[in-house]
Design a protein around this ligand. Sequence first.
Ligand code: KOT
Length: 830
Amino acid sequence: MDARYRTRDIERRSLDVDALKRSFLEWLVYSVGKDARAATRRDWFHTVALAVRDRVVDRWMDTTRTYYTHDVKRVYYLSLEFLIGRLLTNSLANLGIIDECRQALDRIGLSLDEVVDAEPDAALGNGGLGRLAACFLDSMASRNLPGYGYGIRYEFGLFEQRFEHGWQVEYPEQWLQFGNPWEFARPEVLYPVQFYGRVEEFRDSVGERAYRWVDSERVLAMAYDTPVVGFGGKTINTLRLWAARATRDFNFGHFNEGAYMKAVEQKILSENLSRVLYPNDATETGKELRFKQEYFFTSASLQDILRRYLQHHSDFDQLPNKAAIQLNDTHPAIGIAEMMRLLVDQHAVKWDKAWEITQGCFSYTNHTLLPEALEAWPVRLLERVLPRHMQIIYEINAKFLNRSSARAAHDNARLSHLSLIDERGDRRVRMGNLAFIGSHKVNGVSALHTELMKQTVFADFHAEFPDRIVNKTNGITPRRWLHQANRPLSDLITSRIGEGWIHDLSALDALKPKADDVVFREEFRRAKRKNKKRLAAYLARQTGVEINVDSLFDVQVKRIHEYKRQLMNILQTIALYNDMRDSPTVTWTPVTKIFAGKAAPAYHMAKLIIKLINDVGKVVNHDPSVHDNLKVVFLPNYNVTAAEIIMPAADLSEQISTAGMEASGTGNMKLALNGALTIGTLDGANVEIKDAVGDDNIFIFGLTAEEANSLRQGGAYNPRDVIGANPALKRALDMISTGVFSPDDPSRYHPILQSLIDGGDHFLVTADFEDYCTAHDDAVALYRDTEEWTRKAILNTTSMGWFSSDRTVGEYADEIWGVKPIIPDEGDHR
Ligand code: KOT
């Protein structure tokens, strides 16, 4: 760059810095209402966030106006979860003003890092599904795609996890306690949502049969908008979250009885709808309130979508050309019936036309094949809560089954699989089937998972509609997961190939040859070490456990679930502990086992596994005979903020689910992108990660999905025999069962042993154990060869370009949504 320009650039920046500093001081006084001397860290966070938000608003209006004027096709991402995390660094980085902001705060005598740390972590999601939605929002805005997120503004996000005597205890997560500077309340954007009541049949103006939903209870959905800043700050999209508000129409019946307070109480209770996120990941609760949440946000979103459409159109023919509605799992699948109701009952569209429009708009993403997670709501519940929708579902079902090839073939077994109603036991509506037939495309989230969808849960549908199921392998946003979270590595990459990778991650390819460059390897290691030191300090602060920065950081961070097999990991840890004690003269490679993740509050087995890991940690971490060669740390309250510290510091990434059970995984991508080597099964996206990084740069072990399936089907699998044949495994299990880790309650872990031995070991922990240990030994052995390890780590980072959510979202846009990028017109700004 020419020196003249550089000077001008520096001048512009210092102008920005001064302007920023002034706006901070102004915001502090006039909006936060504090004097600089009295301001707390939280006050400063609010100040900075408001000042930054101020810089976003003009471009936000530009974006919204551009979409409106050009009447572009928009995509609406309906999701019960958005696991956003903190937004300050994200907004600053995407606006490109991090350095300016840091300097401005410096001039006031504040550190940006401390201000950033005062922001609560917005945890409006459980895990992968919710974080995927958040990554997609970032990618849609960064690719200048007209995308909206729709969800619920939960007052309480995912519970806070603490350990009491090693047991998980849940506390309410009050992220809104001190206000949320990012959101704009829209009290005028208000939609009624009905529940209960009954359906009346009548004749419309031309004498045709019509229906109206009467005597229902009503709740209002009020909008809160959060700007979604795309990288470069050009496109600012909208995340619209709904909060439940009581209606003001009073039930006069109550007054006549003199029960005014009762009427008011009823109203207040209706606001419980948006109170709390259900803390279940990949399992269904079957609770009425959950179902009402699903309908509440779906109905409000569809009403909003139709209102926006009707600003430009007088009939619905063009709706599929103007609105793509993506269902993030089946949680908003009732939207299929709701769209039919809105079109047919409220806008007098003919049924067949309405169905064509609905199918044209909707598409559905499946995130799991686990039977316990597939939503199926009792018919009785639907009849009571949404009586009109139940009728519509019956009608959809009848028309669909009548036209199906199964009907033509008189194949009753196939008909009963295709039916929207599960007639076994209490009758239930299968939400996956509803989502499938109401959509023009249905996708899985990794190549393997999509294949298994075709072969298992949706096999009959796939035969009926062979073009409907497509694959869209998940991705992660490189902005948050590399550029923001890992400054040392990010700077190193930028120093070699410039900044282009931040919005085109495939640019990392160009760095592959650097794996053979000894200087680059040294710098890569230095970056990793910095991140490890940071994590070690964080773990010490949070848990009191001191770890060796030079040990291998072996990381398993994700929800606690039996299929993810944290149990297999801790069993291997015990075996390693025994080896170290047996051979004290051997020079062991120091290993630190790092765990983090929450268990659903009602998932007793998962909570017991947490307790076991903590109990093992207590014994191992205090045993001087292993000489600090082994430490076990369970970091409490895993969330997006913690993930941002952990991912950059990991050496080894544990992706060890029973093959066929993890739909994709996205933590696997975050860890590999940050230079961790994967130890994993051929499950979910691990398969594609292996193809990308190469067989030599990943530790694959265990049964394949097919083998796992036939082993279980075969009926000959006997965990007892497997345990008997593996002394290390037997010894580890014996130690658990005799109370070595629970001297205060030796039988504490009997349910775990029970499930492995007599329960048939459904997740095949014992079957994969030996192969897992071998893979682990290989990893540890390689870690001693520093240069070779680093070479492979670099190849992991540089091979992950394809796993950007920019790529994923681009595929959805082209192949499912039919939406195109548009650069917002710049308005006249102040
Ligand atoms: C299901 C029901 C309620 C809440 C969450 C789920 C859920 C979450 N189902 N699948 N997931 C995960 O979704 C991720 C994003 O696609 C996947 O990477 C991961 O493998 C799923 O377990």
